[in-house]
Design a protein around this ligand. Structure first.
Ligand SMILES: [Zn+2]
Length: 70
């Protein structure tokens, strides 16, 4: 079953990985999903594929439906 996620594309290997699962199935969230809050300096995440650590901003989050784990 595909579920909604915020995903990030790794700046190093270009593989995208899950930043956060979208829990709410409220119609409002579905039609106009709100991006999670990210600190102004970015949020550091480690890529599960290549291990590259990068700081990601809110604008790097992409809404995606996928089967978990992805
Ligand atoms: Zn990577």
């Amino acid at each position: 079953v595909a579920m909604p996620f915020w995903v990030i594309g790794c700046v190093n290997c270009k593989t995208d990985f899950v930043y956060a699962k979208i829990d709410d199935y409220k119609l409002d969230e579905f039609l106009n999903p709100r991006k999670p809050e990210v600190p102004a300096q970015g949020y550091e995440r480690e890529c599960p594929s290549c291990g590259h650590k990068g700081a990601y901003a809110r604008t790097d989050l992409v809404y995606s439906h996928r089967t978990y784990p992805a």
